[in-house]
Design a protein around this ligand. Structure first.
Ligand code: B12
Ligand code: SF4
Length: 383
């Protein structure tokens, strides 16, 4: 059913191409080039669990690659499977453009997409996008490895949990896959696939243009249920964390191996309890804080609860926090189900962090249906 190259021994090697497509930047964050962290995570797991697979990662941002050049690169690699990086709804057209290019240049290759958007809209996507062959719903690592395995062995796909695909005129959604129990068992993200670009990744606003930047995942999911957010639903109302030691190991490894000095921790809602205390101890104990700084996303009420820990976090290298302020007025917090945040914790947490020399960046939601001139003024006052 699928077309693969065989070596002399008769075994098959599936060629999997991960692509971070050309995309627009988030202009409020200034100039930056991020490493394609999602696909590096997937590539690492795939290679660890399938020794035969041949993997390449193309990072169009780092290579400043146009769609025309990408087309040539896809053609040259002769992939069996192309997997573009997801990262939310705003990149969907770029993902679909990558699947369209793949089918133009290599009609025999299969395409697989994943992430928040395609998980929520798997049915609609497979019904309308003929160039998307497979959708991996939810957590990607195990389902992708199993899909690749099944394709290599030409096994039926209906037992691959977490997979959606077309069969004849039907769209099939296999049962959901259980979440990975312990994230500490995930291999180190495959930064080796982009090692030639490691000195190109930067985040000018948070560090500077010459400070190399990488992404690290400390946990998955969030226990809050803010009404506008897809994360808690995507991760099924759970939160799983890597151990502080494992996170420090990742920081140390990437710093030592590639000279990276600034880290973005992806946690949706960073736990500021004993885990953070332990992480700070790990970082300070290894003297990494002499050299590295880091960024987290957190909630105002948790910062106030962890107020005694804030100076230690700063000492360990935390220089920037992103907080959700949503909008002015108690009714906004209530409307968005942000029950634990309120105007006073928002104000106090900004004061506390500023006092500790941690830069605070706040996000607001604008364009609500009941927004008016007066809410605009209130927002300016809060801002
Ligand atoms: C780091 C980050 C960024 C970085 C970008 C890093 C990069 N590589 O490009 C920056 C700061 C630039 C950024 C910008 C934006 N971001 Co952002 N970002 C994140 C963050 C914190 C981490 C992403 C990450 O690496 N996670 C770890 C990886 C391993 O998880 P993952 O991506 O979900 O991937 C897993 C599965 O989803 C699946 N999967 C994902 N992709 C694929 C693809 C295939 C082929 C397969 C098989 C599986 C698969 O498998 C993976 C492993 O299990 C997430 C929140 C989060 N915690 O994930 C928000 C998040 C992705 N961002 C979000 C948003 C909204 C934005 C912006 C649009 C913000 C804005 N208002 O403009 C911009 C978009 C910029 C752009 N053009 O891309 C939303 C997306 C929501 C949605 N449903 O669309 C998120 C989920 C935050 C949130 N709380 O809602 N972001
Ligand atoms: S706290 Fe953040 S990640 Fe969690 S549900 Fe709310 S917006 Fe989403």
């Amino acid at each position: 059913m699928f077309f693969m190259k065989s070596d002399n021994s008769g075994s098959y090697t599936l060629r999997v191409l991960f692509v971070e497509p050309p995309k627009d930047f988030w202009f409020v964050m200034g100039e930056y080039i991020p490493p394609p962290f999602g696909v590096l995570t997937l590539a690492a797991y795939l290679e660890t669990n399938n020794k035969d697979v041949e993997v390449e990662v193309i990072d169009c941002q780092a290579e400043e690659m146009s769609w025309e050049k990408l087309e040539k690169r896809i053609e040259a690699f002769q992939p069996d499977l192309v997997a573009p990086s997801g990262l939310g709804t705003c990149n969907v057209y770029n993902v679909l453009q990558t699947t369209n290019l793949t089918k133009q240049t290599s009609p025999e290759a299969k395409t697989v997409v994943g992430g928040q958007h395609f998980t929520a809209l798997a049915d609609e996507t497979l019904k309308t996008q003929q160039n998307v062959d497979f959708i991996i719903r939810g957590e990607g690592e195990q389902t992708l490895a199993e899909l690749v395995n099944s394709l290599e062995k030409d096994r039926p796909l209906d037992s691959v949990a977490g997979l959606s695909f077309r069969h004849k005129d039907h769209v099939i959604h296999n049962q959901d896959r259980k979440l990975i129990q312990d994230l500490n068992f995930l291999p180190m993200p495959a930064y080796n696939h982009v090692q030639q670009h490691m000195k190109k990744y930067y985040f000018a606003l948070m560090a500077n243009k010459n400070t190399h930047f990488a992404i690290i995942e400390g946990s998955r999911g969030c226990f809050n249920k803010c009404s506008y957010c897809s994360q808690w639903k995507f991760w099924r109302e759970t939160q799983r964390s890597k151990s502080p030691k494992r996170i420090a190991d990742e920081i140390e490894y990437i710093h030592t191996e590639y000279g990276t000095k600034f880290f973005w921790l992806t946690d949706d809602d960073t736990d500021l309890g004993p885990r953070m205390n332990e992480l700070c101890d790990e970082i300070i104990g290894r003297e990494l804080n002499d050299d590295v700084t880091w960024f987290i996303q957190a909630r105002c009420d948790e910062i106030m609860q962890a107020r005694d820990l804030v100076p230690k976090m700063r000492e360990a290298g935390n220089v920037w926090m992103l907080l959700g302020f949503d909008g002015p007025g108690a009714q906004t917090f209530e409307k968005f189900r942000r029950k634990r945040t309120n105007q006073s914790t928002a104000k106090e947490s900004v004061e506390l962090l500023s006092k500790n020399n941690i830069l605070v960046q706040g996000t607001f939601i604008i364009g609500q249906r009941d927004d008016s001139e007066s809410t605009k003024l209130q927002r300016q006052t809060v801002g």
